[in-house]
Design a protein around this ligand. Sequence first.
Ligand SMILES: *Cc1c(COP(=O)(O)O)cnc(C)c1O
Length: 420
Amino acid sequence: MTLAQERTLASKVRADFPILHQEIHGKPLIYLDNAATSQKPLAVLNALEDYYRGYNANVHRGVHTLSARATDAYEAARDKVQRFVNAARREEIIYTRNATEAINLVAYAWGNANVQAGDEIILSVMEHHSNLIPWQLLAQRTGAILKFVSLTETEEFDLAHYKSLLSERTKLVAVVHVSNTLGCINPVQEITTLAHQVGAKVLIDACQSVPHMAVDVQAIGCDWLVASGHKMCAPTGIGFLYGKLEVLRAMPPFLGGGEMIADVFLDHSTYADVPHKFEAGTPAIAEAIALGAAVDYLMAIGMDTIHAYEAELTTYLFQRLAELPEVRTYGPKPDANGEGRAALAAFTTGAVHPHDLSTILDQEGIAIRAGHHCTQPLHRLVKAQSTARASLYFYNTREEIDGFIAALKQAIDFFGGIFG
Ligand SMILES: *Cc1c(COP(=O)(O)O)cnc(C)c1O
């Protein structure tokens, strides 16, 4: 992508995000906390408003016109998500509140029925707490054993160590696709193939991959894949679980209630087929429809275009960070083409505590994250109590990276001057 093409893309998309055009403490907002949540384009905001103004009604229940319109839009959004991740069938997409709920769904519904004492579950040390605690709870319920894939010297997924952990005792492998802290992109296809060779199931946490690159569940071959809408331009309160049809059909229900049944008697019930078996109660209708609008929006730009643009930004971000010798980044460095890692940088600076840094940068209108980013075990492992993190999306620009680096340099110089 040439610089001119980049500028055109950024200026075109920025007009779609009203929130980006404001000042914070008198400075233009520079939003660099996209790994926590993304901003929402007008198309998504309009989808929410259109539903509530025009056809708010419950889905799958009424035969009246509004209910039929709501149901059509809700189910059409499922088709969009199906195409977005290239699932073979629309029934393989289950709406959830977020990725966390999707993982818990699998841990309870599949885990309780299939995992026994002594079974092994392989995770990695870089997992988000959402892909750790549900498995800790399952292990506590069942007596299963958790095993953790360690990091290589470049702070990436250690494939050799993973291979050494796999055995016929392995029941499940649950790993993150793109780390929200290290930014590394894990070889999920190979991870899946190897797990299947020992008869284990595979769950992929795709929270940080699906917003930024084309993800194909059939190419990966995983049994489940989870993501949150709010990190891919959709509202909060909606996410999805992809599962292979035969795997989902074999799973007992998770939550019981309306919508998920076939026939109900006082003492027992039969259940609807997937996806409805896993969508008990009135769902987040507006949010699901808006997730469909977000998918339309992303696909109209093109996931490959988004990925290519973000690779350029990644190159530039790491180039600029390298000018500051005090800054230590985590995870692999991008290659010459900006590939090999995500468009985010978790870092420490020595002199300035990440929380202080985040507060100082906020005074300049710059939003970055400070803390453990829900990867506390990983932070312990790399001996950082907390890190600062700047995470980019396709609406960020080189000028914003310049603004961030200038403010960062100023903060380091200031604190270095006092304490150095
Ligand atoms: C954000 C995130 C989650 C959790 O997402 P929720 O929307 O909070 O459920 C899980 N894994 C990764 C890698 C994430 O970045």
